[in-house]
Design a protein around this ligand. Structure first.
Ligand code: NAI
Ligand code: MG
Length: 353
């Protein structure tokens, strides 16, 4: 029996609804497999926690997390309680940075039973590898002067190490898929970092002669994601570009509520963190209608990362079964509740196995 210590951080808003749902399902998957056991520990770190303690997590929070195998997170942010830059930098981004989760992996594919907003969605199945530790998201910069003379500077940082790591990860993924990598660039407008990005992409590509490559400017690539997503296999992108592309990826799948993500510590020195793409959805929190599929699919990514791909595939089949049966939450134009979708998936798993 393999035991995994998992830190569950439901966080804010609908995180508190979809994380417990996905935990129940992962427990059933473990039971069916017979050789996995999850040892869950839940942490209340959130905006509520901030209001009580003046911080998003205790000062030793990162050290606590280091002792776990993996982290399963819902969503962070409640802008009416705590400004977003405080809550996200205080918890989510801190974990990503300090636990060196340098790759953000986000798949997007057309699931059976889902209605894509695209008029003619050919079967698409792509994955975005987003650099997760630097790029445009840094704390370097500042503000000076006030009023009409105000000046704001925000610096982007690109290191050879992190850039190369993201590219290699993308090529390795491509080898397991359809041998194609597209790099998101903007070297026609951004004159230092993006030509560097292109250079590293070309260098790394020489180690993977079997993989077809192409570089696309981010504006054109975002459009391609809508006009011909089926032509894309693996996309490698900087932090900001990857963030934008994956929201489009979620949208063409049918709802941001189903899109999964993984923040990976590639060397497996520290835990990785699995969290859906969506946020805390304050507009629907507490109503019991949040779509749990993004969080559940995120669980599939955790199973894949731990080497249980066959269980991950089974879980995705269960998701597609509920969609095809019309058991859908309102974001997918259905009437089902979070609980109904969760129960349907559990019943499918138990019936099939
Ligand atoms: P959001 O993803 O929370 O919501 C956007 C829209 O999608 C809303 O209409 C919401 O109801 C809907 N939606 C999202 N997830 C859904 C689900 N599972 N089921 C059904 N509908 C769903 O993004 P928003 O409103 O921009 O951000 C809200 C808060 O979440 C902010 O504080 C933001 O900073 C934070 N956030 C946190 C993220 C994270 O923890 N990784 C990611 C994105 C936003
Ligand atoms: Mg985003």
């Amino acid at each position: 029996m393999e035991k995994y210590a998992i830190a569950a951080i439901p966080g804010d808003g609908i995180g508190n609804e979809v994380v417990p749902a996905a935990m129940r399902i992962l427990d059933v998957v473990a039971e069916i497999h017979g050789g996995i056991q999850w040892e869950w520990t839940s942490f209340p770190w959130s905006c509520q926690y901030y209001l009580q303690h003046g911080m998003m997590m205790p000062s030793e929070g990162i050290d606590i997390l280091r002792s776990f195998d993996q982290i399963f997170l819902g969503a962070v942010g409640m802008p009416n309680l705590v400004p977003d830059h405080i809550s996200l930098w205080g918890l989510l981004i801190r974990i990503r940075r300090e636990l060196e989760q340098s790759i953000n992996l986000r798949p997007a594919r057309l699931l059976k039973g889902l209605r894509s907003p695209l008029l003619h969605p050919a079967d698409f199945d792509l994955v975005v590898i987003r650099e997760n530790s630097e790029g445009e998201y840094t704390e370097i910069g500042g503000r000076m002067k006030k009023g009409e003379d105000e000046i704001v500077v925000q610096n982007a940082v690109f290191t050879r190490k992190a850039t190369e790591r993201a590219m290699r990860y993308a090529f390795e993924q491509a080898k397991k898929r359809r041998n194609q990598v597209t790099s998101a660039t903007k070297s026609n407008g951004i004159s230092h970092s993006m030509p560097f990005w292109d250079e590293v992409f070309r260098e790394v590509s020489t180690d993977y002669p079997q993989v077809t490559t192409s570089s696309q400017h981010i504006d054109a690539l975002t459009a391609f994601l809508i006009t011909r997503p089926h032509d894309l296999d693996v996309i490698v992108a900087s932090n900001l570009f990857g963030d934008i592309l994956t929201d489009v990826g979620a949208a063409i799948m049918g709802s941001i509520g189903i899109a999964p993500a993984a923040n990976l510590n590639v060397d497996r020195k520290y835990p990785s963190m699995f969290e859906p793409v969506h946020g805390s959805a304050p507009d629907i929190a507490g109503q019991g209608i949040a779509n749990p599929l993004g969080q559940i699919w995120t669980g599939k990514l955790m199973l894949d990362f731990l080497g249980y791909e066959e269980m991950g595939t089974l879980l995705l089949e269960a998701i597609e079964f509920t969609l095809q049966s019309g058991i859908k939450t309102p974001d997918l134009h259905g009437k089902a509740t979070t609980e109904e979708v969760t129960t349907a998936i559990i019943e499918y798993l138990q019936k099939t196995c």
